[in-house]
Design a protein around this ligand. Sequence first.
Ligand code: B12
Length: 177
Amino acid sequence: MLALVHEASDPKLDWWSDQKGGTPGNLRLINTLENLRQWLNEKYDVKTRALSYHIERGGIPLKDAAVLAGLGIIGRNNLLITPEFGPHVRLKAMCLDTVLDSAEPLDFNPCGTCEMPCVKACAQEAFAPGSFTRESCRIQMSKDEASKTKSQSAIDGSLIEVVKYCRACELSCTAAK
Ligand code: B12
């Protein structure tokens, strides 16, 4: 399981386009994972398989996997929240043909005493029923997709069309140290 920090001060990492990887952050994760796979093979003779981002293409639910890997917990905003970086991480995973020690569950509950700015920040009130509603979130994402902007690519500097998805529930979260 790999997690890459996406600081609020570096939003370009999360901009979606037709370029390789989808986002510059995901491209970095793909490249890092490839290096790691090669190293594991050469140094330890461990065979690996990179898993797709999309569940319907053979991927896994990455937040759940990250919880099981001991990286964090699922927060009230329905995102993986880590003690070090709050929800400001993006994930990628691989399978290995070896058995690793399992992680301990984290003793970490940042949402317990929080006033839930994430719930208030959502323009679509996706948390109004008491838990996350994918359909409401999807309405916002569709709006974001319909308002693509021309921006300079963080990968090669060219002018490209990007989608800047709403991250209100992530960016309002105060869990990071
Ligand atoms: C499809 C998808 C979406 C859909 C639907 C989201 C959804 N949750 O249903 C849409 C397009 C709406 C979306 C929106 C966003 N997404 Co999205 N999305 C995905 C994708 C590709 C699959 C997620 C999925 O369908 N999971 C299965 C469903 C059933 O999961 P779920 O609804 O979240 O419910 C589970 C959890 O709540 C969990 N759970 C709840 N409590 C607990 C407790 C424990 C102990 C455990 C183990 C589990 C657990 O159990 C539920 C069932 O599995 C993943 C990548 C991946 N392969 O995982 C990224 C991913 C989840 N998205 C991500 C992000 C960042 C976003 C957005 C912020 C937009 C953006 N900028 O990209 C918003 C945030 C929405 C939100 N608050 O959840 C990140 C999350 C990073 C993080 N820190 O958590 C991921 C992991 C991708 C990545 N690049 O790393 N997304």
